[in-house]
Every structure is written in structure tokens, then in C-alpha cells.
Design a protein around this ligand. Sequence first.
Ligand SMILES: [Zn+2]
Length: 289
Amino acid sequence: MSACRSRRDFLAWAGVAAAAVPGRAAGPLPGGSLQVARAGERYVNPRKVLLWECTRREIREAMESGALKAAVVPAGSTEQHNEHLAMIQDTASALLVAQNAALQLYPEVIVATPVPVGISPYWMERKGTLTLRRETFLAVVFDICESLRTHGLKAILILNGHGGNAEPLKSEVPGWREKLGIRIEAHSYWEAYTSENASRYMQSGFAMIPGHAAEFETSFALAAFPERVRREGVDYSKVQLKLKSSKDAEEDRRYYNDSLLAAAEKGEALIRIAVDWTAARLRDLIAQS
Ligand SMILES: [Zn+2]
């Protein structure tokens, strides 16, 4: 199989989630038609696993038949991702992993509407970043989980794509489990990676997963939604960020330099690991509920 052919297959397999993220132009990604994706032995319209694309009848019937057993709530951010990467990266990546994992388990899992803004106060010096207060973010995620529980879902995976959301979610989820009386887990999708399964793809080192707009995230974007990587006109040597902390400025430059190591092929391999890992978490969650 040629590299080109394999790239097309990957986009057909994984690219569809991006179409559902606010701000993304409708239509197929480069590489062919993306109207269907494989789920086990069946071809399934990938939008079928997205709650907000379903009608109430579809959700009601899936619940009543017992086919639908779990939900994923993707949580992301809208925040600066250096000079070259779109702000929606963390939301789009969590959604893409969630959607593809749900397709592996079709029709047992539905993907709830992603939470598109996270806890990002530390990026507010860089233009464009949106942030929620910790309590606001947690209240939104909790209310989504409670809504799903109200409809009868008994197993929820919160799949996070933004570093600043990780600790708050981990610390709150045990209490939510008690309060709602259902199984809820919270994981960041990069928990899928170990030095064994991911080091070989990371020239900047395993510790740079997830990093920030560096080799890992830029590779992810090049694989899944390459139009969100825009280096044309970027000259980092001329960037005037005026950051208060010299450590922040140094880190920003290091991340940018590391992003130059990114490649779509690395992103493809890393995405597949995250999707398979997330599908395994969902299987566990369903088995326990
Ligand atoms: Zn990010």
C-alpha cells in the first residue's frame, strides 16, 4: 500500500470528527469522501454517535432498546496554541478521539456535545484565549453528566483534552459518582501513552506529551485536521509577545521549536493509540455498570 493510499485511509478513518467542531468548514477533508467510517464489521455514519446530531427519537429508541449504554463527554479549551495552531485544538482532539472510540463500540456509546472552553487563566497574556473559572467549568461538566443521567445513562466517561482541566476533573469525579449514583470516570486522552507505546514517535521526548502546541499536538493536528496548522507567514524570530515572565517566553519558544518536529505520520500513530485506549476504558465502564 502506498503512503498516499494509507494517508487517505487514515483520514477516512479518523477525519470525520473534525467536521463537527464549531468553526470548521463543512465538507470532506482532503483525501476523499468521509461520509462513512468502519465500526467493527459494519459501516456506520460517523455522525450517528454524536448526540447533537441525533433526533430525540433516535436517542429514545436507543435507550429503550438497551443498545445505548454509555456516554463520553469531551472537555477541551479555546486557547492560544502558539503561532501556528488553531485555538480549538484541545476540544477538537478530545472530540476526535471520543468519536472514533464510540464508533468502535457502536451502538453502545454516544458522544455528548463537547465543552469548548476550559480552565486556562495562565494563557490569558496571549491573545484569543478564553477561560472559565474552575467552578464554572466544573458546574457545566457536572450539569451535562446530570442531564445524561436523567435520560437513563449509567456510565459516563469524561474525556479531557486540556491540561488545565485534568486535576479539577479528577478531584471532583468521586463526589459526582456519589451524587449521581452512576459510574463516571475522567481521563485525559494522553493517559493512553506510555514510554513503551509512544516514545518512538517523539523526537522531543516522551515527557513532551501532551506539551503545548509542540511536537505532539502539532502532529495530531497534521494527521487529523491539517487545515488547523498554519505556518505561512509565521516568523517566530519577529514575534513580540511581551510576556511578563522570562521563563514563559523561553518555554513558548521551545514549544515552537519542538513543533517543527511534527509530522502527520506520527500523529496518525499516536491518535490510533489514544482511540484504542479510550475504547478500552469505555468497555470497562460498560462492563462495570
Ligand atoms: Zn493543547
